[in-house]
Design a protein around this ligand. Structure first.
Ligand code: SIN
Length: 334
């Protein structure tokens, strides 16, 4: 950091002059961050506030961030070491951690139109991902997010109890077609399978910052539930994948150039909507490494059987918001 930047930071720390503002903008996930310029030095206190907000809100949206790829890498590194994605297109050279999605008429998007949390084929899965729009279409190309903590909270206690303690296998199945059918391709695939063998993660994890429980299986990388018959495993996984489709658990983002989103891979999933081809959508991404997901220990309380999404106390009256079968004066139904 330059002497001027250090002096400016020290001055902000001394006077407590941070203008950082974090405002929730989605019911279950999402917060807008203003009062910060990510092309300039960010103080440790601001990083700590952002790390906490990231865990609590699941995703942070920073608009109007005119910054370079090196600024993005530097900002990402403030939250932990960056991963180098073994399959995604990257900048190469000295910055292989920078993923460059450059989709246009000559390069249709691939693989991201499937609900997932990033890189769960790893033993230690990423804590977060930063994605920044550099050249995006006026419409189309949104990214959808789902809170998998809200999805857990919406399950009945019977279902929560059933899921607690299960584990699922994850692997990089979506990228296997990249190796092709040639003998050389199959040999390379086997090498990658040795580096990234299928890995087991709890089906229900505990978020290391918020302690919330989270459904941690995704259709892009999860292949089976350990110890279940294949038909049972596939039926259960399908049911769990469908939780991300619940509109109440979602936040949908329409991109503008220079917007950066920092999402929490420990509690959310995302889906890139591939409706913009052949228009151009250029994005830059860095992924922040994390730790091995923790299992949630406490089994659910079986005393109550709750309803999905709406958790109203048993005593709550009028849960149909005024809807009722009407009766005519003579006692006949309309
Ligand atoms: C991703 O899955 O990392 C890409 C998301 C996007 O392009 O919107």
């Amino acid at each position: 950091m330059s002497v001027e930047a250090e002096t400016a930071l020290a001055e902000r720390a001394r006077t407590g002059a941070s203008t950082l503002k974090i405002e929730q903008c989605g019911a279950y996930l999402g917060a807008k961050v203003t009062g910060i310029d990510l092309s300039k030095p960010v103080s440790d206190a601001e990083i700590a506030a952002l790390a906490q907000a990231h865990a609590e809100h699941g995703l942070l949206i920073f608009r109007d961030q005119d910054m370079s790829a090196s600024d993005l890498i530097a900002f990402g590194k403030r939250f932990g070491p960056l991963t180098v994605h073994p399959f995604a297109p990257n900048a190469g050279g000295a910055t292989p951690e920078l993923i460059t999605f450059r989709n246009d008429e000559n390069n249709p998007p691939f693989g991201t139109d499937c609900w997932h949390s990033d890189e769960t084929f790893r033993v230690a899965t990423p804590m977060g991902t930063m994605l920044r729009a550099t050249d995006v279409p006026a419409f189309g190309g949104d990214t959808m997010f789902a809170s998998m903590a809200a999805a857990w909270d919406g399950l009945s206690d019977r279902m929560q109890h059933f899921l607690s303690g299960l584990e699922a296998w994850h692997d990089f199945k979506v990228f296997k077609p990249l190796f092709g059918e040639s003998a050389e391709g199959r040999k390379r695939l086997r090498e990658f399978e040795d580096i990234y063998p299928p890995t087991l993660h709890p089906v229900v994890t505990q978020h290391p910052v918020t302690n919330r429980k989270v459904i941690f299986v995704n259709p892009q990388f999860t292949v089976a539930i350990k110890g279940m018959d294949e038909a049972e495993s596939q039926a259960l996984l399908k049911q769990l994948y469908e939780l991300a489709l619940t509109p109440e658990y979602q936040y949908r983002h329409h991109w503008k150039n220079n917007t950066l989103i920092f999402w929490d891979n420990r509690s959310t999933q995302h889906y890139a909507v591939h409706d913009y081809f052949p228009k151009r959508r250029y994005m830059e991404r860095v992924t922040i490494g994390g730790t091995q997901p923790l299992a949630a220990f406490e089994p659910a309380d079986l005393k109550l059987v709750r309803n999905r999404k709406a958790r109203k106390p048993d005593s709550f009256q009028g849960q149909y918001a005024g809807h009722a079968p009407k009766k005519a004066g003579d006692g006949k139904a309309y």
